[in-house]
Design a protein around this ligand. Structure first.
Ligand SMILES: Nc1ncnc2c1ncn2[C@@H]1O[C@H](COP(=O)(O)OP(=O)(O)OP(=O)(O)O)[C@@H](O)[C@H]1O
Ligand SMILES: [Mg+2]
Length: 330
């Protein structure tokens, strides 16, 4: 399937993103002096920006690509939760079934940036148990209702508490009943049994962890074949896509690498959130019936665009088409 046909098909599919929704907050400014109060730079703020982050960024990427998308997660009943809900609504992401919990802080990552350089990051979040959607009956019902309307489901784990083994098992069962594609962007610091996924998209480090392998010593090559074989032996995803940062991505089936795609990035400005863009485009394309190679090519092109932008960002159909034109795959 070519990119034009794919983009035209996107609006016919509904994708549900389940995971840790957050607000990415940027304070951008300039530094002219060192503070008289402490040996730290004084940032004269010139701009503030708020965008959907974490699982909400995956959903935002889908919406901008033209897919019908809903996000399910947990926010606080606070000003940041209101801001996040408003952003999602503006961007065309349905978020009405997200849980809004009193006394729970909406997760916020604030980055202070001066002259394109991050000076520090300030995180606001509560303990993991606060974000478990299955902690109350309303959460279970909302989750089941959301899965019941989806053609494909993305579990986007940022290890903040939404994604537990119980949640994954429930989603897997509901998705299987519907015949919906289930994709997982894992955060394997905590071991979850992810058997039954149609697609896993770990990055380089996450893939090592899923495979139970240590980081190779300096000078040693990345043990890609062994990583893919071991992940297959443990979890047997129908499709495994390992993203390799500047080295692009590989597709593996049955534990064997079948395709490697070098990155399509022309300029790299900020790689944060590139993994979110990858899983969004992969799943959108697979949900439209694309084969794994075409889906990965589209996702790799989209990632190449998003790393040229500051902060967590998205890719429009026009930008994807332009990128495809440059590499001759339009
Ligand atoms: N430095 C880079 N140069 C070129 N392309 C890159 C670079 N970093 C990332 N990419 C592109 O983005 C894709 C995903 O990147 P990566 O493997 O870093 O995901 P990730 O670690 O999950 O990212 P994040 O967690 O920040 O969302 C890569 O497959 C590649 O296409
Ligand atoms: Mg990632």
């Amino acid at each position: 399937m070519n990119i034009l046909d794919l983009l035209a098909a996107f609006s016919s599919r509904r994708v549900l993103v389940i995971g840790d929704v957050m607000l990415d907050h940027y304070i951008i400014g300039d530094v002219h002096r060192i503070s008289p109060e402490a040996p730290v730079p004084v940032v004269q703020a010139t701009e503030e920006r708020r965008v959907a982050g974490g699982a909400a960024n995956v959903a935002h990427n889908l919406a901008v690509a033209g897919v019908r998308v809903e996000v399910f997660g947990v926010m606080g009943d606070d000003a940041n939760g209101l801001a996040l809900a408003a952003l999602l609504e503006r961007d065309g992401v349905a978020s009405g079934r997200c849980l809004r919990r009193a006394g729970v802080p909406t997760i916020v990552k604030t980055r202070v940036v001066a002259r394109h350089q991050q000076l520090c990051r300030i995180d606001h979040e509560g303990g993991r148990a606060l974000y478990d959607p299955l902690a109350d009956a309303a959460g279970s019902a909302a989750l089941a209702a959301a899965v019941g309307e989806a053609d494909a489901i993305i579990v986007s784990d940022y290890a903040k508490g939404v994604v537990t083994q119980a949640l994954y098992d429930r989603v897997r069962e509901l998705a299987a009943r519907r015949g919906a594609l289930l994709a997982v962007d894992p955060k394997p610091a905590r071991r979850l049994d992810l058997r039954g996924a149609g697609l896993l998209t770990p990055n380089r480090g996450e893939a090592l962890q899923l495979a139970g392998l240590a980081e190779p010593s300096p000078g040693e090559p990345y043990p890609l074949a062994e990583v893919c074989a071991r992940i297959h032996a443990s979890y047997a995803p129908s499709l495994l896509v390992v993203t390799l940062g500047a080295d692009g991505m590989v597709i593996a089936r049955e534990g064997r690498v079948c395709t490697s795609l070098p990155t399509q990035a022309r300029e790299v400005f900020d790689v944060s959130g590139a993994g979110d863009t990858v899983i969004a485009f992969l799943v959108a394309a697979l949900a439209c019936g694309a084969d794994a190679e075409s889906a990965a090519r589209a996702a790799n092109l989209a990632a190449g665009v998003v790393v040229s932008k500051m902060g967590t960002a998205t890719v429009t159909p026009a930008e994807l088409l332009a990128a495809a034109g440059r590499v001759g795959t339009a």
